[in-house]
Design a protein around this ligand. Structure first.
Ligand code: OXD
Ligand code: MN
Length: 655
């Protein structure tokens, strides 16, 4: 570790070097307050403002580098390791002069975890607020390094802020580089001090590096998944569910959900994690999961007592939460963000917006601008979350019963459809998407594909990714059930949401657990098993029968129509002829779109699936493939027929 620190100190030339542990938090806070880098909030928390050109993760400037060109994928922005290391080292040269280099040893796992060897890192940062964030988001302290079996086996994570005013952010001369040299387990980030660009334990290590390590070792998966537990107090049974959602699809709210009031006596929901889950096969053959993080870096916008009371408690008095880029009142030290309350504070006195400008002095044309940045955040430790599971840090992790995927879509997905076939479940995750609102570009309502909600964090080729998933889940003896959920269906006429969402979402998950346990049977469909109306626990919920009917049906033809019209217009999508040379538009499933009076029968779909099977697989039951490789080979074929009916299409060529 000394050699590593010496090497980078020689490159970046800080004035001072300081090794940090969690015990230094109070002192670092005092120093930051004295330096004016943070301000106190009325609830005993702290407020920071980032540079106005530096407010979000930058996907375009993020690169995965290795020494093997075969590691190039569609989404990982692969570049040669030697070239990237030379470029970023050049940019970092002398860039920390006058600053302190904080040496932050950290662990992205509960201590004692079987994956701890992949979880140890040392971040070098020249920004004190980044060190404060790391202390909240990871387990920080030299003790995590001392126990290392292999002394050199830690991730080297170097963060240099750079001259934020003059980096050409967003221009052709953008100097920012966020590079994970995955096969050297080295992370080099230059040109930001915000979020995932700078807290290197979280995304760069916890997702990009970890998913590469998981693949290279064959030992685990690292996914941008939430993780929660549901206990049925009547039976004493506890289930654990993890899953991925593209951004703005309600992942954090779901992770922190509580049971609806009417079901609260029976069901207890516990929080494990809102953003990252590492998954592996335990010695008993079950799938296990754990949250490698120590805190929550949550989006502030729209967090309120109705959407997420748990989060509100987790950032309240006594939690020492760090807020970034929300609005701040210099007189009362209060913070505010859009959606915290229905209306902004009426008395503008003392309020500064996220850029530091007094709200009261805004020009008339700027009066409607948001007070907080849409990507403003709160950073709080897991222990502040009121329903944190008692075993959240269990080294063994927790057994996973279900893996769910969900994106915000207005009509193409039902409330929930369960998928019992592993290959089809994995395929559903790989073809995940959420509606984008790009009205200006004329693609409003189209899907932005976000495989497994990992698009910005992919570190190795997508085909390998699919294979690795199938291999890991294929080893599991008690397979998790998969499901696709959608809380965002709208009435086609008036556009209102059909499902109340938030705490009521638990009703769909309870049904899934009952299906898994054989307590309900559901209604089979070509795209999975849907709940029968009578199977949903609806106590205390007032919902229109017609709305419920719509929520529990899937319009196959609408999905096909949209996927056809989407083809070729979505960035990166391709018109993709199938193996047979027949484009998907020739599918019998489109026939229903043309003849809405005719139903698409299971037999018709099965025939289509059979027709698309690779030669030599005829006659085998696709639910019982003879071996894993065959399952991997066949997965896109078997699932393609059903997915083309719901949301995918052009993406098929990618996998
Ligand atoms: C993200 C985050 O950027 O979790 O995805 O912060
Ligand atoms: Mn995230």
């Amino acid at each position: 570790m000394r050699e590593y620190v010496r090497h980078w100190a020689h490159v970046t030339r800080p004035d001072r070097i300081e090794v940090v542990s969690a015990a230094d938090d109070a002192r670092l806070i005092r120093e930051s307050l004295a330096a004016g880098e943070i301000l106190p909030t009325s609830d005993g928390g702290y407020y920071a403002r980032s540079h106005r050109k530096d407010t979000a993760r930058s996907e375009e400037r993020t690169v995965v580098a290795t020494s093997d060109p075969a590691d190039k994928g569609v989404y990982n922005n692969w570049r040669p390791a030697a070239e990237m290391t030379a470029t970023v080292t050049g940019l970092m040269r002398g860039a920390s002069v006058g600053k302190t280099m904080y040496v932050v040893p950290y662990l992205m796992a509960p201590p004692g975890s079987p994956l701890a060897r992949y979880a140890v890192g040392v971040e070098l940062t020249d920004h004190r607020t980044v060190a404060l964030h790391m202390i909240r988001m990871a387990r920080v302290g030299i003790e995590h390094i001392d126990g290392l079996g292999e002394p050199a086996g830690f991730v080297r994570a170097v963060h240099v802020t750079g001259d934020l005013e003059n980096l050409g952010q967003g221009t052709a001369h953008d100097r920012r580089h966020f590079v994970t040299v995955a096969d050297e387990r080295t992370i080099l980030h230059y040109g930001s001090s915000y979020g995932g660009n700078a807290l290197l334990g979280k995304i760069a290590h916890g997702l990009r590096q970890a998913s590469y390590d998981g693949w290279a070792s064959g030992a685990f998966l690292a996914e941008q998944f939430m993780l929660l537990g549901i206990t049925d107090r009547q039976t004493g049974r506890k289930h654990h569910i993890c899953g991925g959602f593209p951004s703005a699809s309600g992942k954090t709210n779901l992770a922190m959900t509580l049971a609806p009031d009417a079901l609260g006596d029976r069901y207890h929901v516990e929080f494990y994690g809102d953003d990252i889950t590492w998954l592996w096969v335990g010695d008993d053959g079950r799938l296990y999961g754990m949250n490698p993080e120590f805190g929550v870096f949550g989006v502030a916008k729209d967090t309120n007592a109705a959407t997420n009371p748990t989060a509100l408690a987790a950032i309240g008095p006594g939690t020492e939460t760090l807020f970034t880029n929300v609005a701040y009142n210099t007189k009362t030290s209060e913070v505010w963000w859009e959606g915290k309350t229905e209306q902004p504070p009426a008395d503008l006195d003392g309020w500064l917006d996220w850029t530091g400008e007094p709200v009261a002095e805004r020009s008339p044309e700027r009066r409607g601008d948001p007070w907080a940045h849409p990507n403003s955040r709160f950073t709080t430790t897991l222990s502040n979350v009121p329903n944190l599971a008692a075993d959240y840090a269990a080294p063994s992790g927790v057994p996973i019963d279900a893996i769910i995927f969900g994106g915000r879509t207005r009509d193409r997905e039902p409330l929930i459809r369960a998928i019992t076939d592993v290959a089809e479940g994995v395929y559903d995750g790989l073809t995940l998407g959420a509606e984008a609102t790009f009205a200006a570009e004329g693609v409003d309502g189209m899907l932005r594909y976000d495989p497994m909600s990992m698009r910005p964090f992919m570190s190795y080729p997508e085909g390998r990714y699919a294979e690795h998933w199938l291999r890991i889940i294929g080893q599991v003896t008690e397979k998790p059930i998969f499901a696709h959920v959608n809380w965002f269906q709208r009435d086609p006429e008036d556009g209102r949401f059909l499902w109340p969402g938030y705490r009521d979402n638990l009703r769909a998950l309870l049904w899934l657990m009952r299906l898994r346990d054989g307590e309900v049977r559901g209604v089979p469909s070509p795209v999975g098993v849907l709940p029968a109306k009578s199977e949903l626990l609806l106590d205390g919920l007032r919902i229109d029968e017609a709305d419920l009917d719509r929520l529990l049906t899937i319009d196959l033809s609408a999905g096909v129509r949209r996927s056809i019209s989407a083809r070729g217009t979505w960035p990166g999508s391709k018109v993709c002829p199938r193996r047979s040379g027949r484009p998907t538009t020739a599918s019998p499933l489109t026939w229903k779109a043309a003849r809405p009076d005719r139903k698409v029968g299971h037999r018709r779909v099965a025939a289509e699936v059979a027709a698309r099977r690779p030669p030599g697989t005829e006659g085998r039951d696709r639910r019982q493939p003879s071996n894993l490789r065959e399952r991997a080979r066949r997965a896109p074929v078997a699932a393609s027929a059903v997915r083309s009916a719901s949301s995918s299409a052009g993406i098929l060529g990618r996998w």
